[in-house]
Design a protein around this ligand. Structure first.
Ligand SMILES: OC[C@@H]1[C@@H](O)[C@H](O)[C@@H](O)c2[nH]c(CCc3ccccc3)c[n+]21
Length: 444
């Protein structure tokens, strides 16, 4: 019996800076990740996205891999700086042309493009104007989005405005582990708000220019008390507000969790009713990027949350040190049915990095990834059967790529990429996923 309905959206996901390479080709303007990666000390092994998977040149071959998998959708992001080298103003027709060729080639293969407008690679020219802390940033984003809505209005009907505003605000502006590498709580709080305003402005623009579906993609992670202690439960609840409800409550309830003012202290702006009403904009669907859960222990000295996350046992961990916890996907999906009015949800990222072996006779054996994907797909099927309005599932990722601060050392792909030759090799998980799609999940 098929676990998923006919018409279920089966895809894989990538992002521009992680796979394209050629960051400055054909008039493209550099992004903040180009600058961040070229600044020594930020990326493992001193790697950059200069080459990545050279998808900019090899995109037709990669569409062949999508066809081989049998996906009916492909989630990818557009590099803002290719289209608008200065972030605003003049359009770079060569840059836009790459994405027009990519979209047309996908459509020819019967693969629906799902375009992420922003997957972290802000044009440096805009960062030089303050980036996302600039109150003009929502308008910059809406103007950029409008260029793409007008270009693709007739061909693309699925859009994701922003990938993971929490990671942009926290890893990019509070912890400094991601571009632009800031460590400023007040900036992080304002960036989070401006990203929500930017999302709302793009959704409003799409309502006049497009006739498809538009949403935002959030990284969501259940926060469980490490031990059955009141202090750990309170720490987990605080971290749940910080990681999950910051953006979920803003989008669906037009309110920020009260814990955020306690966590950020005086750095948390005094948002008024108007500001909160402006971010009340869930869009047509919510993208869920699910990987793992956190086991949270109280740690009063660990400011500002007073919490730490305990590492999972090695035998239950991926190469990223994240716990393999498929039950957490069902938990997260259940939030939408229980708390937020059961909106349409897409699993826009789910996957894992493992220490994959090199290819043997053209195939990479990755049994651990098959176990990971099967267990999470089963959890998705159970959520669907329980009434969650789940419309699709995207594996992160099509192929091994630039894993941000980890460089190329962490491999998430269904296809293994030889870092010397850039040759793509299928992993056994690619064949597994192909069989899942072909049987609508009956093989699970
Ligand atoms: O880390 C795997 C993927 C990234 O390659 C994607 O670009 C990004 O959308 C994405 N988000 C998450 C979960 C949140 C997270 C992001 C970065 C680092 C650690 C956790 C995992 N991933």
């Amino acid at each position: 019996m098929s676990a998923f309905p006919e018409g279920f959206c089966w895809g894989v996901a990538t992002s521009a800076y992680q796979i394209e390479g050629s960051p400055l080709a054909d008039g493209a303007g550099p992004s903040i990740w180009h600058r961040f990666a070229h600044t020594p000390g930020h990326i493992a092994d001193g790697e950059t996205g200069n080459i990545a998977c050279n998808h900019y040149q090899r995109y037709l071959e990669d569409i062949g891999l999508l066809h081989e998998l049998g996906v009916n959708a492909y989630r990818f992001s557009i590099a803002w700086g290719r289209v608008l080298p200065e972030g605003r103003g003049a359009i770079n027709r060569k840059g836009l042309g790459f994405y027009q060729r990519l979209v047309d080639a996908l459509l020819e293969r019967g693969i629906s493009p799902v375009i992420t407008l922003y997957h972290w690679d802000l044009p440096m020219a805009l960062q030089d104007r303050g980036g996302w802390i600039n109150p003009d940033s929502p308008q910059w984003f809406a103007d950029y989005a409008e260029v793409l809505f007008r270009t693709f209005a007739d061909r693309v009907t699925s859009w994701i405005t922003i990938n993971e505003p929490w990671v942009i605000a926290v890893l990019g502006h509070l912890e400094g582990r991601h571009a632009p590498g800031w460590r400023d709580p007040s900036a992080a709080a304002r960036v989070g708000h401006h990203l929500l305003l930017a999302h709302a402005a793009a959704v409003a623009s799409y309502r006049t220019l497009g006739h498809g579906q538009i949403g935002i993609a959030l990284n969501l992670e259940p926060q469980h008390p490490a031990y059955p202690k009141a202090a750990d439960l309170l720490a987990a609840q605080r971290r749940d507000a910080f990681v999950n409800r910051w953006f979920l409550d803003a989008l669906f309830l037009a309110s920020y969790p009260i814990e955020l003012a306690q966590i950020f202290g005086p750095a948390w702006p005094k948002f008024g009713a108007v500001a909160l009403d402006q971010i009340h904009y869930p869009g047509d669907f919510i993208g869920v990027n699910y990987y793992t859960r956190a086991r949270v222990a109280a740690a009063p000295e660990a400011k500002p949350l007073g919490a730490i996350c305990l590492p999972p046992p090695r035998e239950k961990s991926t190469a990223m040190g994240w716990e393999i916890y498929p039950e957490g996907l069902g938990e997260v999906l259940g939030w939408f049915k229980e708390r937020y009015g059961n909106p349409r949800v897409l699993i826009t990222e789910n996957g894992a990095a493992f220490a994959d072996p090199a290819p043997c006779a053209g195939l990479v054996l990755d049994p651990q990834r098959i176990v990971y994907l099967r267990s999470h797909l089963r959890a998705a099927a159970q959520a669907l059967a329980a009434g969650v309005d789940l419309g699709g599932y995207f594996v992160w990722s099509l192929m091994d790529n630039f894993e941000w601060a980890e460089g190329y050392s962490k491999r998430f792909g269904l296809y293994w990429v030889d870092r010397q030759t850039l040759q793509r090799y299928p992993k056994s998980s690619a064949h597994f996923y192909r069989s899942v799609i072909a049987t609508q999940g009956a093989v699970l």
